[in-house]
Design a binder for this molecule. Structure first.
Ligand code: AGP
Length: 623
């Protein structure tokens, strides 16, 4: 499958049952708004007809429209929040799209690459298309096929066979008000099965308030939802095997829980997320039992290289994982930006273990990287937070982080749980390969088990960090320095500030200062320095203290993150942020938290939208 440019993830919801379809769909869309939010729309079947409403802008605009022009009541309906690709965020381009007779409504995520040809053919057959979107062609094609088959699922299968590209489609037809039909190719779609009702959505967050019984949809499949159940087939009409699973997120987990932003809630959830990610992975004897890692110990013993592929924050987790994997297993470990990975013609074979780290499990760069790795015969292990998403489904094995839904675009608890999962994988490799004895593994597990309470302690001391952040709101740059595992932490701190405060921020390996970046230091430039533990690699500690002296001598305002008891840094710290003393490799689990709080507070001080920063979406399926 060649790579396809896919739009940033949109939010899709479909419902058939006994509740108000409008209520269920709108509530579901609100849970998905973080996925893309520049227009929204709904369609409801009622009294043999189909009624639709759609508006540009955030969902609140659609809600106002529905107050001014209410839709008729109905128990079958679909809805969509959009991230524009083909055609700007206008009312006309908002989904759902209808055929000319207004009998079919369809919502879509993805790109239909041959839509121009289909559009021309439809126009020749007399169809009038009213939008700039690729999606609209599907409404007209479904109308044509339905008129011949009187079966919406069959019509969907026939249409999908004519589409090129990658897509999730959900449709309804006024002539069959008891069915909602969905199709997926290379884009997420999950099914929720309730009592006398069924749901379709881009993400389980849309329906977990109603049911936790879900069904995975595979590649090139069509699903037909009715009140009494779901039917899944291939695009060729052959019945498909249905994999059900239980969604263990609580409905409340997707709410803000009293915080102003999801991000604040998710920062506060980190102690629990870390603890939950350890749960059930250590047997009574203290050995690791990673039962979802469906790669046998004998295969793992054959591994002679680990390659980690990821994007953004997940990539920073991979950078930290490298230190642990190489230190504990002595296996060479490369870390690669997923978007660069397959274009550098990487050297991979059956003895390479590729680890794909992804919170959403839908990041197209990472998905295409793991596909490339599998084509080269490598085993792929996914570290993912979203059960049933595409990346774990296409991997040989998966280790799920148990962070619960992470709604804020800026990743926080997912990052800490990715680190925990990476440590577990590294220890597991050490365990099966004999490079770490049982007692050594248990010692690290014991340290990991304490991290949850240490993160809690850090969270209790963040008021000075918030106060400091507010004083820097008018700055136009902040630099971040770190060494060893502190270097990826510096990069992560800079990324948080970029994506939240829309501020120039850059992370450096502190040793690189003298090779150029020190030229950036001038009076009052804020520089955050992540100081390694003096107990671990004292040489690194001493070197970074020298770095702090160097930048301070040139006027920098030094913001120093250092462990309790480290007095060497005190004379050179304009602002000192204390973190608990932790083992060297685990320090990122506590050092990152002040940087998350710092970025969030600075963004708030600047009046920015914290959960949905400009230009960004939570799940990036742009390749
Ligand atoms: C981090 O705060 C960003 N949201 C972004 O860098 C994110 O980590 C990246 O897009 C990867 O997403 P994934 O973990 O869902 O694959």
């Amino acid at each position: 499958m060649s790579a396809r440019r896919l739009p940033l993830m949109c939010g899709i919801v479909g419902y058939v049952g006994s509740q108000s379809a409008l209520d269920v769909v709108m509530a579901g869309l609100k849970r998905l708004e973080y996925r893309g939010y520049d227009s929204g729309g709904v369609a409801v079947l009622s009294d043999g007809g189909l009624a639709a409403a759609k508006k540009a802008g955030k969902l609140v605009n659609l809600e106002k429209e529905l107050v001014e022009r209410p839709l008729p009541a109905g128990t079958t309906g679909i809805g969509h929040t959009r991230w524009a690709t083909h055609g700007g965020p206008t009312d006309a381009n908002a989904h759902p799209h209808l055929d000319n007779a207004g009998r079919v409504a369809v919502v879509h995520n993805g790109i239909i690459e041959n839509f121009a040809v289909l559009r021309a053919e439809l126009a020749e057959r007399g169809h009038e298309l009213n939008s700039e979107t690729d999606t609209e062609v599907v409404a007209h094609l479904l109308a044509e096929e339905f008129s011949a088959t009187a079966d919406l699922a069959e019509a969907m299968r026939l249409v999908c066979r004519r589409l090129e590209g990658a897509f999730t489609l959900v449709a309804v037809h006024a002539d069959d008000p008891d069915v909602v039909v969905g199709a997926r190719r290379n884009s997420p779609l999950v099914v929720g099965v309730g009592e006398g009702e069924a749901f379709l959505a881009s993400d389980v967050a849309a329906f977990i308030a109603h049911t936790r019984s879900a069904v995975e949809l595979g590649q090139d499949q069509v699903v037909e939802l009715r009140r009494d159940g779901v039917t899944v087939t291939g695009f060729d009409g052959r019945p498909a095997e249905v994999h059900s699973y239980h969604v263990d997120w609580d409905a409340s987990a997707a709410e803000k829980g009293g915080y102003d932003y999801f991000m604040l809630k998710e920062i506060a959830e980190q102690p629990k997320a870390v603890a939950d990610t350890l749960l059930g992975r250590i047997d009574p004897s203290g050995s690791l039992t990673l039962d979802e890692v469906r790669i046998s110990p004998s295969e793992l013993r054959e591994i002679d290289k680990v390659v980690i592929v990821a994007c953004g924050t997940a990539f920073h987790a991979g950078m930290i994982a490298k230190y642990a994997i190489e230190h504990w297993t002595r296996i060479p470990c490369e870390v690669e930006l997923a978007s660069e990975f397959r274009y550098r013609d990487p050297i991979l074979d059956g003895r390479s273990l590729v680890i794909a780290i992804s919170q959403s499990g839908e990041t197209m760069d990472t998905l295409m990287a793991l596909r490339h790795a599998r084509e080269q015969g490598s085993k792929v292990l996914a570290i993912c937070n979203t059960n049933g998403s595409t990346i774990p489904r296409e991997s040989d094995a998966v280790l799920y982080t148990h962070a619960g839904p992470e709604v804020a675009v800026a990743s926080t608890k997912a990052f800490l749980t990715q680190l925990v999962a990476c440590y577990l994988v590294a220890l597991y490799l050490g365990q099966v390969r004999g490079t770490k004895w049982g007692d050594e593994i248990q010692a690290v597990i014991k340290d990991l088990s304490r991290i949850s309470e240490e993160v809690e302690r850090v969270l209790e001391t963040m008021e000075p960090v918030r106060a400091l952040a507010r004083t820097l709101a008018d700055k136009d740059t902040v630099l971040f320095l770190g060494r060893h595992v502190g270097y990826p932490v510096a990069l992560e701190g800079a990324l948080k500030l970029k994506e939240l405060a829309y501020m120039h921020a850059e992370g450096f390996a502190a040793g690189e200062l003298k090779h150029g970046p020190i030229a950036l230091i001038e009076e009052d430039v804020p520089v955050v320095v992540v100081v390694p533990s003096p107990r671990g690699r004292s040489v690194l500690h001493d070197k970074i203290v020298s770095n702090i002296q160097e930048i301070r001598a040139r006027g920098a305002r030094t913001i120093v993150i250092a462990e309790e008891g480290d007095e060497a840094v005190v004379p050179y710290a304009d602002h000192l942020i204390r973190i608990p003393a932790t083992p060297t490799l685990l320090q990122p689990l506590v050092a990152t938290v002040p940087l998350q709080v710092f970025a969030c507070e600075l963004a708030t001080a600047r009046g920015n939208e914290v959960d949905q920063p400009r230009n960004l979406a939570k799940s990036v399926t742009v390749e």
